[in-house]
Structure formats: structure tokens, C-alpha cells
Write a protein that binds this ligand. Structure first.
Ligand code: IMP
Length: 441
């Protein structure tokens, strides 16, 4: 993988249930591009980037912000919580990070305080938990729902138009008021119309010249021979259509989201780098056939520090599900794989990968089952591979990995059918191993 010079426009996509290390990948690749572009999701994402002794937790700001001279674009497909965005920008600036190159689409939708309140009401569950999905509580679903409803939605451009903003917010609250009165009357204390409009206009003023027509900006960069790095947030198995519905997020985290979330044609994406952990994790509810609820799972959680960047919740841990990974790689047309957190698997005598599912009637299939109830009834069929004991956090070339670790990568490559070009062995930029074509052998 080249890390300098102009690149073909590339997407970095999470192939599992999130937290695959996309932030690190984007941070590594960003200096070779003219702009890093977010196109989906919102502050539900939690991308950690480690530079030297410093750890940055980014939620809305694209992970390319740490690369000097590279623009950061929040595309129209993102749902933006302006308060969170302004707080994140302030935090970066106070640590000496230049943020002038960050812009936000005038057509992105706004996460208003009542969306966050509504997310919490829904998550509290009705009649003893009915309806809870284990969301991040960042107002993502309700904001996207209002986007689809249209009349009650607020776009970033509306933060600059007092009358339009008032009308939008009044419409939204007319529908939401009875819900809050019934389920969370205390939330209404902070949801008065005048205060909401005032807050929205203040956000608009603070964002000011950062608000742009983003599609035109991206087209111009491409017309001038530049290239774009698309940063997927959340992950493919949380896709609203192709993930484990309804235990998903409300957008298209894979390549499918790039066209609608930026206004560019999908053909603009020439390379797709799919990120997958060497094992897997999930936060929130929903099936994950390879879940480990025993001491091995606990050991991986501790070793991998698997606690949410956005919510602090302990992540559910499982062996690598190659059936799901191949499904996800194919959905995205992945051209290269990045295997992340391989170092976390050191110390296990044996490693397991799931290569098929056993259905309740005893049949075995190596095809993914996208129907959630049926998936929940499947048992994983595991293949056992040799583990490795060595600390690999200082390894810098594929050849220096223990043979068992290389064998593990080989199996991933052969099952998924996509070359591994990056292997991550620790959080630091330097703890990254590159392979030109295929990591194994
Ligand atoms: P929401 O996106 O906050 O509505 O949450 C819906 C589901 O997606 C929940 O299970 C969340 O835990 C999960 N989720 C959303 N974003 C991420 C992410 O960036 N990493 C991991 N899980 C996520």
C-alpha cells in the first residue's frame, strides 16, 4: 500500500459491527488525499486515533483532521449534532490541531435536542423494555426518521434562516410533544420552541463559513485532479438494509451510502479498503453467532480494551465470523482487506474461525443468513487454527510474524477471497504492517 503521492479515491469501510479501527486507517491514509469525507452516521461513531502519547476520540469530525493540509468534509448524508461538533472542534484546537479545513454540508440534517431525548425514550423501552435496540443514545434514529418525514426535519442550512427554522422545529415538536408528555414529561423542560430556535441560530452563527454546498466542493476537488478518502462510520453489519435489522443503525455505513451521502456518483470510488478485527465485537443488542460469553471472551475484551469509545459500554466479543466477513466484503466490493488488532489474539493456544452455520434442522451452510430471526437460530461451525504466543506489537514486516499468525491471515484471505494489504499490531501509527499484494506467505 502506497502512503504518499496522489491516490485513487478510496473508501475505508468497517466490515463487522463497528470499532474495527477505521480511525487509525483513515489517519494513516489521509496525508495522500485532498479531502477526507464523512458520508453517513453522526456522533454515534467513535474513532480513536493515537499519535505518540496522545489519544484523540473523534465522533463527528473526520479522522483525517489530524493530517495537516487535508480538508475534512462532513457530507450531506451525515446527521450533525452541532453542539457535539463545536465541542469537538474546540477540543482539537485547544490541543493545537488546525481545524480551518473542516466544512459541513448545508444539506446535512441536524440532530436536535429532542432527537436525543426521543432516542432515550425509545431506549428506555415501553412496557418493560419493548423496543430497545441498545443505541448509542445520540439521537441518530430519530434524526434520520425526521429526514424521511421531511416536514419536521432541520437541515444545516436552516440554522441560518430564522423563520424556516422556527417552522421546522414547531412542526417537529407538535408531533413529539404528546410522546414526551406521556413517556418523559421532564424532557419538555428543555424543549421550549423559543429556546430551541435560539440555540439553532447560535449554532448556525458559530458554524458560519464552515457551512458549504459540499457536493460542488467535492466535484471541484475531483475536477482539479484531486482525490478523496471516504470515511465510513459505524459498519456494514449495522447497515439499515443489509445488517442485522432491526439491531442496526439508521444509515448505509458501507459503500452504498457514499453516492447518496455525498452527491457523487458511486463510480467515484476506485479502491475499497475493508477493515476487520482479527476477532470481532458488537455493542448493543442483536445476534452475533460467534459470541464468546466465557473466560476466553473476557480475556480478549480485556486485552483489546473493548469498551465503547462513544458510550463506554463493554463490547460483546466473538471469534472471527468468516461467513459474515465474506458477505460484508462482497456487499462492499472490497478490493483490499485490513486486519486490525491481530496483536490482541496473542496468548491463545488455539484460535477459532467460523466457516459455516448449522441451521436448526441440522443443515450446514457457508452462506450468510441476512434474516435476523433465522441468523439468531444458527450455531457457528468452527475451524480451529494454531494460536501464537509471541508479542507481535513490535513487528514491522509480514515475514517477522510467527508462522501461526501468518497461517491465520492466510485462512482469512483464502476464505474471503480478497488480499490483505494492512495488518495492525497496535494502536500507534507505527504499529502497522503493509503487504503489497496479500499479507500471507
Ligand atoms: P445508533 O446508531 O445510536 O442508533 O445505534 C444502533 C446500533 O448501532 C447500536 O447497537 C449501536 O451500539 C450500534 N452502533 C452505532 N454506531 C456504532 C459504532 O460506531 N460502533 C459500534 N456500534 C455502533
Amino acid at each position: 500500500m502506497m502512503l504518499s503521492g496522489t491516490q485513487r479515491s478510496t473508501a475505508v469501510i468497517g466490515l463487522q459491527w463497528g470499532d474495527e479501527g477505521k480511525g487509525k486507517l483513515v489517519d494513516l491514509l489521509a496525508p495522500s488525499f485532498d479531502a477526507v469525507v464523512r458520508y453517513n452516521g453522526g456522533a454515534n461513531a467513535g474513532h480513536s486515533v493515537v499519535v505518540g502519547d496522545e489519544r484523540f476520540a473523534l465522533h463527528l469530525v473526520p479522522s483525517g483532521v489530524l493530517a495537516r493540509g487535508v480538508r475534512s468534509v462532513i457530507g450531506n448524508g451525515v446527521v450533525v449534532d452541532p453542539q457535539q461538533l463545536l465541542t469537538e472542534l474546540e477540543g482539537l484546537e485547544s490541543r493545537g490541531i488546525e481545524t480551518d479545513g473542516l466544512v459541513v454540508s448545508s444539506r446535512a440534517h441536524v440532530v436536535m435536542p429532542y432527537h436525543i431525548a426521543e432516542d432515550r425514550v425509545r431506549e428506555a423501552g415501553i412496557s418493560g423494555g419493548m423496543g430497545a435496540l441498545g443505541t448509542t443514545g445520540r439521537g441518530i434514529g430519530p434524526a434520520y426518521a425526521d429526514k424521511v418525514q421531511r416536514s419536521s426535519a432541520v437541515r444545516v442550512a436552516d440554522l441560518l434562516e430564522a423563520d424556516a427554522l422556527r417552522e421546522r422545529v414547531a412542526t417537529a415538536m407538535a408531533f413529539k410533544q404528546p410522546m414526551f408528555e406521556r413517556y418523559a414529561p421532564e424532557a419538555l423542560d428543555n424543549l421550549g420552541l423559543d429556546a430551541l430556535v435560539e440555540r439553532g441560530l447560535a449554532w448556525g452563527e458559530s458554524l458560519g463559513s464552515r457551512i458549504v454546498e459540499s457536493t460542488h466542493l467535492l466535484e471541484t476537488i475531483l475536477d482539479e485532479g484531486g482525490s478523496l478518502l471516504f470515511e465510513g462510520a459505524n459498519a456494514t453489519m449495522l447497515d439499515i438494509d443489509h445488517g442485522t435489522f432491526p439491531y442496526v443503525t439508521s444509515s448505509h455505513p458501507g459503500v452504498h451510502g457514499i453516492g447518496s451521502g455525498t452527491g457523487l456518483p458511486p463510480t467515484v470510488v476506485e479502491r475499497v479498503l475493508g477493515g476487520a478485527k482479527a476477532y470481532q465485537t458488537r455493542v448493543g443488542a442483536g445476534p452475533m453467532p460467534t459470541e464468546l460469553t466465557d473466560a476466553t471472551g473476557e480475556a480478549i475484551r480485556e486485552q483489546g480494551r473493548e469498551f465503547g469509545t462513544t458510550t463506554g459500554r463493554p463490547r460483546r466479543v466473538g471469534w472471527l465470523d468468516l461467513v459474515a466477513l465474506r458477505y460484508s466484503a462482497r456487499l462492499n466490493g472490497v478490493t483490499e482487506l485490513a486486519v486490525m488488532l491481530l496483536d490482541v489474539l496473542a496468548g491463545h493456544e488455539e484460535l477459532r474461525v467460523c466457516t459455516a452455520y448449522r441451521l436448526p434442522d441440522g443443515d450446514v451452510t457457508d452462506r450468510y443468513i441476512p434474516e435476523t430471526h433465522a441468523l439468531a437460530r444458527c450455531q457457528p461451525v468452527f475451524e480451529t487454527l494454531q494460536g501464537f504466543d509471541t508479542d507481535i506489537t513490535g513487528v514491522t514486516s509480514i515475514g517477522d510474524l510467527p508462522a501461526a499468525a501468518r497461517g491465520y491471515l492466510d485462512r482469512i484471505e483464502s476464505f474471503v477471497g480478497v488480499p490483505i494489504t494492512v495488518v495492525s499490531v497496535g494502536p500507534e501509527r507505527t504499529q502497522t504492517v503493509y503487504a503489497a499484494t496479500g499479507a500471507a506467505s
